[in-house]
Ligand binder design. Structure first.
Ligand code: ZN
Length: 81
């Protein structure tokens, strides 16, 4: 069984499966940077979906992705304020 969703569970767009440099906000308010994390990105929602096993391995716990860019390219997906 594939462990990754093929489509975004929120908006239904196709996910872009690649490696990402990502920042996660932890429940205590700190931020955790992870590099070259395999994941599935929804460009529409700017949300990175990481496999549960990897979340455990990185000790992300309840951390939520706040920023992700694809590692392989110079493409920047930045949430502007
Ligand atoms: Zn989405």
């Amino acid at each position: 069984m594939p462990s990754r969703p093929a489509c975004c569970p929120v908006c239904g767009d196709l996910l872009d499966v690649s490696s990402y440099d990502a920042a996660f906000r932890m429940p205590d308010g700190t931020e955790l940077l992870c590099f070259a994390v395999p994941g599935s990105l929804c460009a529409t929602c700017s949300q990175l979906y990481v496999e549960p096993d990897l979340i455990d391995a990185l000790d992300l716990g309840e951390g939520r992705c706040i920023f992700a860019i694809e590692s392989d390219t110079m493409l920047v997906e930045r949430a502007s304020s």
